[in-house]
Design a protein around this ligand. Structure first.
Ligand code: RB5
Length: 147
């Protein structure tokens, strides 16, 4: 899979570890930064990773910040993005099965690497269930027309 990633300084180390992990299991990663642990503003960086998913350059995206909150808010501003802020396996599973999430946000100050790997494996390997959930996802995407 082609996967976009991005972070601010709040999850710089975690982003780099996740990038190596994704590549080690055969994924292609497009890394939108940041590229040092110096303090940076996350919105423009995260928006690039989300745009890559929005235009189809990447199939999925994983974004990070200290809490994951800012990253998820930014990603969800981009058309076509359904980004779930996830901390627990059950949440990431549901984000795929029910919400067809195409991105997840992780909080680097609250999520260790082993947990991140577990969450990412579920994100990449869980199918959307469709059915009644498809109707609801379509209703969410309809809302973009009012922006
Ligand atoms: C940066 O200190 C921090 O605010 C940011 O990484 C993120 O947690 C924002 O939601």
């Amino acid at each position: 899979m082609k996967i976009s990633i991005a972070t601010d300084h709040g999850a710089f180390d975690l982003k780099n570890k996740v990038k190596s992990y994704l590549e080690s299991i055969g994924h292609e990663v497009i890394d939108f930064g940041c590229f040092s642990d110096e303090s940076v503003d996350y919105p423009p960086i995260i928006a690039k990773a989300a745009s890559a998913v929005s235009i189809g350059r990447c199939e999925r995206g994983i974004v990070f910040c200290g809490s994951g909150i800012g990253a998820s808010i930014v990603a969800n501003k981009i058309n076509g993005i359904r980004c779930a802020l996830v901390y627990a396996p059950e949440l990431v599973r549901l984000s795929r099965e029910h919400n067809n999430a195409n991105m997840i946000a992780l909080g680097g100050r609250f999520t260790d690497f082993d947990t991140a790997k577990e969450l990412i494996d579920i994100f990449l390997n869980t199918e959307f269930q469709g059915g009644r959930h498809l109707r609801r996802v379509e209703q969410i995407m309809e809302l973009e027309k009012f922006l």
